[in-house]
Ligand binder design. Structure first.
Ligand code: COI
Length: 368
């Protein structure tokens, strides 16, 4: 075990959070109801949640309260017109059992980018980072230590106006709920390259973590599931051949000694925090990481000439998910994931950083 120093939230941010966020603790913890040895993704929620209201000018009524239902009018603008964004972040315990949040400032920055694109107000650091730190401090017993498990943190914002005319809401609600979670996928996945339906176009909202991006993917995903696939590998909407994302993840293709992932230039791809971390870790492993347009034809050709080694998805929820089958029109690419040495090393290195097994040279963990 090594003694390591992790960054903590800036004291000014924490001071403001502690001053502005009122805390009401639960009188009845539900912790004992959770089987930490059999955690699945997103079914159980920690004792406390955070809520705050934007009144058109500023964020108010910030509170940590026992996890509970929200009361929302049927005329709430978010139901009808989809002004809703979210983030996914994870907290892990270090080797001494102290919670650490993985790269929350990156998610904070992305949340505010999503907010801008959706015509929603920015959230201040005291509310997002300070709120996360206060919540996890209170619910530290909810951070799992079992391998492959973590506390999945879900900040989100919805429009709050009670008005069904179509215009940006004046008022908003921000909330954070946390879920002790196991792996998102429990086996390697099968992907169908979708060349009819499109996830995102340049100029659209593809780069934002907007709820509607996920809603729009449901119908094509249902069709793919009916054919036995787990997820869709999305390609661009013009030529239907350049890789975008797979399901709810970014995608990496290992060809020879190169790791290739689609670039973010078109604005159609989510700038994944796990994606950025994996790119850095792959570089540390000696791979040339190419962030560029990659077509499905290139992947098929690499498979045919024997240089395609691995395909995997990356995301906060899924971490690194191996692709076992990738089907595109008449091409069926079967991959032996038991030989995925690259993906395996990426997972090992990432996990070691996230759980404090090695020194966090990159300053990615925020100690609570
Ligand atoms: C995440 O990986 O955190 C996501 O947001 C993907 C999904 C669970 C919606």
């Amino acid at each position: 075990m090594m003694a390591v120093d992790y960054p903590t939230a800036k004291s000014t941010v924490m001071e403001e959070a502690l001053q502005k966020i009122k805390v009401t603790k639960t009188t009845k913890s539900r912790l004992s109801e959770v089987d930490f040895n059999n955690l699945v993704f997103g079914k159980k929620y920690a004792d406390h949640m955070l809520v705050a209201d934007f009144d058109g000018k500023e964020w108010k009524n910030a509170q940590i309260i026992p996890f509970q239902n929200l009361s929302v009018s049927p005329s709430n603008a978010a139901w009808h017109y989809g002004q809703a964004i979210f983030e996914g972040i994870k907290a892990y315990n270090d080797q001494e059992g102290h919670p650490m949040i993985f790269r929350p400032h990156d998610n904070f920055a992305r949340f505010n980018k999503s907010a801008e694109r959706m015509g929603m107000p920015e959230v201040p650091e005291w509310l997002f980072i300070g709120g996360l730190a206060m919540l996890i401090d209170l619910d530290r017993a909810w951070v799992p230590s079992n391998e492959g498990c973590s506390l999945y943190l879900r900040p989100f914002m919805i429009a709050a106006d009670e008005f069904i005319g179509v215009r940006p809401s004046d008022t908003y609600k921000f909330a954070i709920i946390n879920s002790p979670s196991g792996p998102y996928f429990n086996k390697p996945i099968h992907l169908l390259v979708q060349d009819k339906y499109v996830r995102a176009f340049p100029g659209g909202v593809g780069y934002a973590k907007a709820a509607g991006n996920y809603g729009g993917a449901m119908y094509p995903t249902i069709q793919a599931r009916k054919q036995g696939y787990d997820q869709i590998l999305w390609v661009d909407g013009y030529e239907h051949k350049y890789l975008q994302e797979c399901g709810t993840m970014n995608v990496f293709v290992i060809i020879g000694n190169k790791a290739i992932t689609p670039d973010l230039d078109s604005g159609t791809i989510l700038a994944g925090v796990t994606r950025a971390s994996v790119m850095e870790v792959l570089g540390d492993m000696g791979f040339t990481v190419e962030e560029r347009a990659i077509s499905i034809d290139e992947v098929v050709a690499a498979h045919q000439n024997g240089t395609l080694r691995e395909v995997f998805g990356t995301g906060t929820a899924a971490s690194v998910a191996y692709v076992e089958e990738l089907d595109y029109q008449e091409h069926k690419i079967a991959l032996d994931t038991t030989k995925y040495t690259v993906g395996a090393e990426v997972i090992e290195r990432l996990d070691a950083i996230r759980t404090g097994k090695v020194a966090d040279d990159k300053g990615w963990n925020l100690r609570v």
